[in-house]
Design a protein around this ligand. Structure first.
Ligand code: HEC
Length: 168
């Protein structure tokens, strides 16, 4: 018995956001360990930062990365952090620590891990707030034909099957 059915399949748009459940709890846990070992001494146990070290949790941090991709942030971390030893984290560890940061900033876990793959990560946007469901479709691909499938599905009214419309 499935309680809620998540209808999140964005039709035709490759763009996803961090609010789509892009990582797993186990992955964020691994990221937490990476964070504790390599980041916390500067950025703080609670991602709060210190004077010259920016926070990694909260509105300010998320605003810094608004509309950029997960790949951008992974790249930034991987090439510049830990500040005292940059370039030492593996791609997988950086991806894991990224998921921990996203978790701490409110993004929900999902059922699949975030792959350590920059082309996949590059289509996932960082947004401070979950995208509004009712946002107007700004970019409708005009070349995509929309199949008008108003299949006459007569529910459980009668056992009689509605005319199996057989096209010519
Ligand atoms: C030696 C101290 C130190 C360590 C360790 C460290 N950082 Fe940083 N971090 C800084 C400082 C200082 C800055 C700001 C200057 C800069 O951006 O280079 C910064 C900036 C950042 C930023 C940019 C923040 C923003 O608002 O855009 C991110 C992201 C980040 N660090 C992530 C990490 C992660 C993840 C780790 C662990 C893998 C880590 N840092 C380890 C000191 C550190």
């Amino acid at each position: 018995m499935l309680g809620a059915c998540t209808v999140l399949h964005a039709q035709g748009t490759p763009q996803r956001s961090i609010w789509d459940g892009i990582y797993t709890l186990a992955q964020a846990d691994r990221g937490k360990a990476v964070y504790a070992n390599h980041c916390a001494k500067c950025h703080g146990d609670d991602l709060e930062g210190h004077d010259e070290v920016p926070e990694l949790g909260g509105a300010h941090f998320m605003a810094d990365w608004e509309d950029q991709s997960v790949a951008d942030l992974v790249q930034r971390i991987r090439s510049t952090m830990p500040l005292d030893n940059p370039g030492t984290l593996s791609g997988a560890s950086t991806t894991d620590v990224l998921t921990y940061l996203m978790q701490q900033n409110g993004a929900p876990a999902g059922s699949a891990e975030l792959p350590n793959d920059s082309s996949l990560q590059s289509i996932i946007r960082i947004n401070q707030q979950p995208p509004k469901k009712s946002a107007p479709a700004a970019r409708v691909p005009s070349s995509t034909p929309v199949p008008v499938d108003s299949g006459a599905r007569i529910g459980s009214a009668s056992s009689k099957t509605a005319s199996a419309s057989r096209g010519t």
